[in-house]
Design a protein. Structure first.
Length: 167
């Protein structure tokens, strides 16, 4: 599999280690970057609808077909190298409220394309486990879409038995 979970390291400031996942996309960073900042491209791999204003303080909103919305704000936008945004869910019983976690995405050119390294900060316990499952699923869809393919309909991540599918 080309989508890999990371090895957690020390957070250094009392926060839990970030969830880390990476994927190799067979495309240049200039091609991959808009899949995180352009509403028409992000929905090719994650969500049904999106409202994105890719500038510091700009809105980050992705509506998933499972009835949940991801809400946040862009923190850093450095095309085509890096994008950082806050993250949370808009439903009442979530463990991750909007703005309580941060996602960092770094794009590194390689001989084969672009290494996408994603770090999701300030998640712990079941929330970290759920988000790692989700990011592995969605980064694989990104690999296909940004590489020029069609990832097909999104059935969502496959949650192991005994785990909640509610983020």
């Amino acid at each position: 599999m080309t989508t890999e979970p990371g090895i957690p390291g020390g957070a250094g400031d009392g926060d839990p280690a970030p969830v880390e996942c990476s994927v190799l996309v067979e495309a240049e960073p200039e091609t991959v970057f808009p899949y995180f900042t352009d509403p028409s491209r992000i929905v090719n791999w994650m969500g049904e609808r999106a409202t994105l204003s890719p500038e510091p303080g700009g809105v980050y909103r992705v509506e998933l077909d499972i009835g949940f919305n991801i809400l946040g704000e862009f923190v850093e936008v450095d095309p085509p190298r890096r994008v950082v945004f806050s993250w949370g869910w808009d439903h009442d019983d979530t463990l991750v409220k909007p703005g309580t976690s941060t996602v960092e995405v770094d794009l590194e050119p390689t001989g084969e394309g672009t290494r996408v390294m994603l770090r999701h900060h300030k998640l712990s316990g079941p929330s970290a486990d759920q988000h790692e499952i989700g990011w592995i699923h969605y980064l694989e869809r990104l690999r296909i879409a940004a590489g020029g393919g069609d990832p097909g309909p999104d059935a969502g991540p496959q949650v192991p038995d005994g785990q909640s599918d509610r983020p």
